[in-house]
Design a protein around this ligand. Structure first.
Ligand SMILES: Cc1ncc(COP(=O)(O)O)c(C=O)c1O
Length: 422
């Protein structure tokens, strides 16, 4: 958790006590550390340096313009999956030559917009999409550079909803069929089919799935070359894990140790698309306790002013987020030894009318009262990006902290914002 520390009984983001941010900007509040974002990207750049990769930050993890701008200036390219993400990337000043476009359902309108913008390449997910790109490129008088996303049938052992490379997943093309598509590439004169893309799932807590997929590429790439395909790029997607509970997990250098020699062996330019690794542990979601109440069998409910509309991962995937008060004993995540705090077991819930609006069940937490400020850790990836206005709750505010300065990078929505366009 670079960027976050516990000092003198208070939780800090860089040089600012987060309580001060909550007082100034209200709650729920997403708080990002600029230093943490840059450190995480820097760690990836360092780990993979020997392969000179194109690192395309996956916008879906967190698409805030200020964050995209920060990462673009630090050398990131972008992985996009929609016309909206293309718009955001361009608005953030991204170099189109460093944008790659994934997704199973790119529409002809989106394909045209990306071609006009001059993006680096598409990660095609079907032959029909290649045909659509061929038609759009012909019309615009350009060439569409494409990688084919393959489905290598590798189990990344992630949550069932975030595994993407097994036989029954909608993503990519089965390897035998992929070979046929490469063989038939001559049908599409306005397309340069010169890359392979795969993304195994997210988050992946072992290098083994990458090793297994690369072993399949060791066999697949020579088959394509035998067909005369001039392969240039191998895009291995994202999936690099983070620790959500403080336990030790593998790091970028561990993935790089497997990936870098493999792409060198294959003689291909490496592209990676990390999202979670850059953003997840670069932010907290701050929430106030509205009430504490007791249910049946002395079950204690800590009711927050943040809800599943702000951070849906626990409700959607059963994900764990560490939660701890902003004032008082240090969080075990930020202190060296075990916490000496007196703990009570509580359910931490939001106000939305769904039983799934629960951030943590039977969670040990220092005694908490109404008005206390809690921090939900590791909230930077798939947090705000997956937020909604369910129950007509305006979306939260986001602030970016750099040292002792904080800046609003997304204003809190108002009730007027909720009905705009209706
Ligand atoms: C094609 C593709 N690339 C990259 C990513 C980013 O994954 P992560 O955030 O785990 O790095 C995803 C996530 O779903 C994806 O689908």
């Amino acid at each position: 958790m670079d960027g976050f520390a516990h000092r003198g009984g208070r939780l800090y983001c860089e040089g600012i006590p987060v309580e001060r941010l909550a007082e100034r900007y209200g709650t729920p509040l997403y708080v990002y550390s600029r230093a943490a974002l840059l450190a995480r990207l820097g760690e990836l750049q360092g780990a993979f340096r020997a392969a000179k990769p194109l690192i395309c930050y996956s916008i879906k993890a967190n698409s805030n313009l200020s964050i995209l701008r920060l990462l673009a200036r630090a050398g990131a390219g972008f992985d996009i999956v929609s016309g909206g993400e293309l718009f955001r990337a361009l608005r953030a000043g991204a170099d189109p030559a460093r944008i790659v476009f994934a997704g199973v359902g790119k529409t002809p309108v989106e394909i045209r917009a990306a071609l006009k913008a001059g993006i680096r390449m598409f990660n095609a997910e079907s032959e029909a999409e290649i045909a659509a790109a061929d038609a759009a490129a012909a019309e615009l008088g350009v060439r569409a550079v494409m990688a084919l996303r393959v489905n290598p049938d590798v189990d990344a052992r992630t949550h069932a909803k975030t595994t993407t490379a097994r036989k029954d997943n909608k993503f990519g093309i089965a390897l035998p069929h992929a070979r046929e598509i490469f063989a038939a590439r001559g049908r599409y004169p306005h397309v340069e089919l010169s890359g392979i893309h795969l993304h195994l799932g997210s988050p992946i807590y072992s290098v083994d799935p990458y090793r297994e997929a690369l072993a399949k590429m060791d066999r697949f790439v020579p088959e394509l070359r035998a067909l005369g395909v001039e392969l240039k790029t191998l895009n291995l997607g994202g999936g690099y894990c983070v620790s959500y509970d403080g336990s030790a997990v593998i790091r970028p250098r561990d993935y790089a140790q497997v990936i870098v020699p493999a792409v060198r062996r294959l003689g291909l330019q490496l592209i990676i698309e990390p999202g979670r690794y850059v953003a997840a542990n670069s932010a907290l979601l701050l929430a106030r306790v509205v009430y504490v109440k007791e249910g049946w069998n002395q079950r204690r409910f800590v009711i927050l002013d943040a809800a599943m509309n702000d951070l849906v991962r626990p409700a959607m995937y059963g994900s764990h987020h560490h939660i701890w008060p902003a004032r008082g004993p240090a969080s075990p995540l930020l202190s060296a030894g075990p916490s000496k705090a007196r703990l009570e077991t509580v359910d931490i819930v939001g106000p939305i009318c769904e039983t799934s609006d629960c951030f943590a069940k039977d969670r040990p937490l220092p005694p908490t009262r109404a008005g206390d400020l809690l921090a939900l850790f590791s909230a930077g990836a798939y947090g705000m990006a997956m937020s909604s206005t369910y129950n007509s709750r305006p979306r939260a505010c986001e602030v970016l902290v750099a040292g002792t300065r904080a800046r609003v990078i997304r204003a809190r929505e108002t009730h007027e914002d909720l009905v705009r366009g209706e």
